[in-house]
Design a protein around this ligand. Structure first.
Ligand code: AMP
Ligand code: MG
Length: 341
């Protein structure tokens, strides 16, 4: 009997030794093929193989949304946003219900923001996108989009010509020159849908859309999220504690091109058709990643008062950064601040 107890003790010590070898730490997987950006999936765990499988499954779920919301590529047997755009003025397109649901939310955000975030202005956004692509491949020949073309494109951004038919399961752009571009909302919207199905303790960073499904470890250990300094992306203006929910940043410092020494970025004021000049970045905190994504773009193209009115309506928080590097916080945001520069 005593010998058995001795053996049990030895076994317990060996097992304890094993568990110190497989110490828990944050493991991270990186993916480069989603939504034209970099995705990091992280979890604090002592089971790297299990985590890798879990992260690959999350990646696969996000990939489904990537294909549905893609405006640049066709996929065999799939009607996506590009199919809808290609059929503008031609015919309604039968789509996956998630496309209808996402577009219905986009229409809601368009109305709530008085048009500040408008995924139906793809015709305008395409001109900027093409100018940026041309500038990247030929920086010395960089040019702004033609002013007359911009003004003409602005005439094709109305939601009256976006026909969402829930009963038929179709989307139709009745204006042949209209295009959808869901870049301002789709990442956050997809992330929210995927995150809702996950267990606690996972952090996903989908190109600046960060979503935590619960604390890093235990009950009270938050994830620490850095907010980039737009003037120097190697440093952070502040760090935020995030237990659960999303932090989403829109900024002018990653996608831009230069003409005559002036930078032109990718977030467009629908009123002017030009890159918005209010802020260098806006970060939104919210329980809903889709909402946070919509608001990050909307608040980027408006002054702080209008932005605060929207935050009050939705119960979200924001941090604004202006071109002098000044940071402004909504009242509730300071509770999340971990450290300031
Ligand atoms: P985000 O980084 O979430 O602010 O989204 C920026 C992307 O959304 C851009 O690359 C454009 O494709 C698109 N976009 C830019 N400005 C707007 C706007 N005012 N409303 C809707 N989409 C926009
Ligand atoms: Mg956005």
């Amino acid at each position: 009997m005593r010998r058995w107890i001795l053996w049990l003790l030895v076994a317990a010590l060996v097992l304890a030794g094993c568990s110190t070898v497989q110490r828990a730490k944050v493991h991270q997987m990186t993916y480069l093929d989603l939504f034209d950006t970099v995705t990091y999936i992280s979890r604090y765990t002592d089971d790297p193989e299990g985590f890798q499988k879990e992260a690959d499954e999350i990646h696969e779920s996000l990939m489904e949304y990537h294909r549905l919301f893609d405006i640049y590529h066709d996929y065999d047997g799939l009607n996506n946003l590009k199919t809808i755009n290609d059929h503008a003025g031609i015919a309604p397109v039968k789509v996956d219900p998630r496309i209808l649901s996402m577009l219905a939310d986009c229409r809601g955000y368009y109305e709530a923001t008085d048009g500040a975030v408008n995924v139906a202005m793809g015709s305008v956004l395409k001109l900027w996108h093409d100018a940026r692509s041309d500038a990247v491949s030929n920086p010395s020949g960089a040019k702004l989009p033609d002013r007359a073309a911009l003004e003409a494109a602005k005439e094709h951004c109305s939601w009256d010509t976006v026909i969402l038919d829930e009963a038929a399961g179709t989307v139709y752009l009745s204006d042949p020159q209209q295009r959808l571009d869901v870049g301002a909302i789709a990442k956050g919207w997809a992330l929210q849908r995927v995150a809702e199905e996950l267990p606690a303790g996972i952090l996903i960073n989908l190109g600046g859309n960060v979503c935590a499904t619960g604390p890093k470890k235990g009950e009270n250990t938050p994830w620490i999220i850095g907010v980039h300094d737009p003037k120097d992306q190697s440093s952070y203006l502040c760090t935020l504690n995030l237990m659960t929910g999303s932090a989403v940043t829109s900024g002018d410092y990653q996608r831009f091109f230069t003409v005559n020494g002036q930078n032109y970025h990718h977030i467009i004021d629908p009123q002017t058709g030009m890159p918005s000049a209010y802020w260098r970045s806006v970060t939104i905190l919210s329980d809903d990643s889709g909402l946070a994504d919509a608001l990050s773009t909307a608040l980027f193209v408006m002054d702080r008062d209008r932005g605060q009115t929207l935050l009050n309506r939705y119960g979200a928080e924001a941090m604004w950064v202006d071109d002098q590097g000044n940071c402004f916080y909504s009242d509730g945001l300071t509770a999340y601040l971990q450290q300031e520069k």
